[in-house]
Write a protein that binds this ligand. Structure first.
Ligand SMILES: Cc1cc2nc3c(=O)[nH]c(=O)nc-3n(C[C@H](O)[C@H](O)[C@H](O)COP(=O)(O)O)c2cc1C
Length: 172
């Protein structure tokens, strides 16, 4: 089918959440923007992140199997794009991204001070799926800003960062 067709196929889906994931520790910590993000279990709570094997973040995650999944607000699109536009391999990314790493509660990668949601995860499983590896992490601690609502977060589709959409029907 080929990569171009794979990318065309992805555009059939309406939209994806967008997260900034932090891997590595101390001076080596590195933020990366990801749209391959999903919930994998309610109990225990688990989330998964899909990372291409060529990313600097992939190497860091293989070394230290912990990550923080931060959800940016839709007002933080510039910072989110910055974390997804250069590699930590070419120098420290934090100063260019305009976000601040702060110590997490339970894991070694830092959380992001400016993001309203930080989910601290330990990798429990890795699944290789073609040109990405899904790292499934159990959430072992979290920080959620008072008053945060998912409508504050951001989605991504077709090269555009977006706000979550309108409600068309209530399930119950
Ligand atoms: C909106 C957006 C979504 C992205 N989603 C993913 C993704 O799901 N998986 C991935 O491996 N890279 C994704 N990327 C690309 C990485 O963020 C980008 O290659 C980054 O510079 C890699 O940084 P690193 O080498 O420091 O790990 C995305 C980039 C953007 C801007």
């Amino acid at each position: 089918m080929g990569e171009a067709n794979g990318r065309r196929l992805v555009r059939l889906f309406p939209t994806f959440p967008v997260a900034i994931v932090v891997v590595g520790e101390g001076d080596a910590s590195n933020p990366i923007t990801l749209a391959m993000v999903h919930v994998f279990s309610f109990e225990p709570p688990m989330v998964g992140i899909g990372i291409n094997q060529g990313r600097h973040s992939y190497d860091l995650l293989k070394e230290l199997p912990e990550f923080v999944l931060a959800l940016p607000r839709h007002t933080q699109a510039t910072e989110t794009l910055a974390a997804g536009s250069r590699s930590g391999r070419d120098g420290k990314k934090w100063p260019h991204v305009g976000l601040t790493p702060v110590p997490s509660k339970e894991v070694r990668p830092p959380s992001i001070s400016e993001c309203p949601v930080n989910l601290e995860c330990r990798v429990v499983e890795e699944i290789e799926t073609g040109d990405h590896v899904w790292f499934i992490g159990e959430i072992v601690a979290h920080t959620v800003e008072d008053g945060y609502a998912p409508d504050d977060a951001m989605t991504y589709w077709g090269g555009k960062f977006r706000k979550p959409g309108d409600v068309v029907l209530l399930r119950r």
